[in-house]
Design a protein around this ligand. Structure first.
Ligand code: B12
Length: 212
């Protein structure tokens, strides 16, 4: 775990847009060799969930939520430079948000975990149209495609996308993640073969390490 004192210092800085102090905390954690999955989960994800709740309860404005999100995204850039993998494999992954899904931070974290395991990752960010993902799969022939969805209304887009990928590439492993999954009928997800759901970076990391 990351010490509570770090969390509260980080969160209080984030909420007032003090990016400098947020990066000082990140630098300290990096120097202490803290696992980046812990920074992502116990600092960034925990802060963003809190911010989402505060926004939902009208304690902060949309602008304040946007500002905090931007700070987190820039700190992720910093972490991606600091936490790198020395040894590359020939494995390839495509990670993207489904069409019309704009919550990209979780997917970006997942992409980084693949990279730390030596994978070559094409991270497509938010809202990629399905036909574009299909074209890219044809071109780079990845071992895995990872899809993220958070906004529950995008569930039908997720299943449509899975169906389309399956039609074109029946054996391709598909990973899905994001908070939208919890709110939906898990039976729908379970009917697919070779499809895996993760909402924890630690479980994702274990899964990646088992891929040969
Ligand atoms: C920041 C934010 C935004 C930003 C996103 C910007 C960006 N660059 O990503 C913006 C402003 C775009 C936004 C928009 C909206 N948002 Co918003 N947003 C958030 C907020 C505050 C944080 C999201 C986040 O980054 N969380 C932290 C990450 C790390 O968590 P995560 O995504 O779950 O990812 C973890 C796992 O799920 C997993 N994972 C995720 N993806 C993947 C992919 C793979 C392949 C794998 C293996 C794993 C994996 O790994 C991650 C690490 O553990 C959340 C609050 C919350 N509870 O999260 C609301 C929240 C998600 N938003 C919400 C809503 C309602 C909206 C809007 C509809 C608001 C509006 N009226 O316009 C729109 C929808 C836009 C859309 N169509 O996508 C609701 C969603 C409710 C629901 N379940 O449907 C939430 C929960 C807020 C709330 N309390 O109600 N939002």
């Amino acid at each position: 775990m990351i010490r509570e004192v770090y969390f509260f210092d980080f969160f209080n800085s984030l909420i007032v847009g003090d990016k400098t102090n947020c990066s000082v905390i990140i630098e300290t954690l990096h120097r202490e060799n803290v696992d980046v999955k812990k920074i992502y989960t116990n600092l960034f994800q925990r802060s963003l969930f809190r911010i989402g709740k505060m926004w939902d309860e009208n304690q902060i404005s949309i602008a304040e939520e946007h500002a905090a999100t931007q700070v987190i995204e820039s700190l992720m850039g910093l972490l991606q430079l600091k936490y790198r993998c020395g040894e590359k494999t020939d494995k390839k992954a495509i990670i993207s948000c489904v069409d019309k899904e704009f919550h990209l931070i979780g997917a970006r974290m997942a992409a980084h975990i693949f990279e730390l395991n030596g994978w070559n990752v094409s991270f497509l960010g938010a809202s990629t149209p399905t036909r574009e993902i299909i074209k890219l799969i044809e071109k780079i022939k990845p071992d895995i495609v990872g899809l993220s969805f958070n906004f529950y209304l995008n569930f039908f887009r997720l299943t449509k996308e899975i169906d389309t990928i399956r039609k074109h590439f029946p054996d391709l492993k598909i990973l899905i993640g994001g908070q939208g999954v919890k709110q939906t009928d898990e039976k729908v997800i379970n009917k697919y073969e070779n499809l895996f759901y993760f909402n924890s970076l630690f479980e994702l990391d274990t899964f990646i390490k088992k891929q040969k």
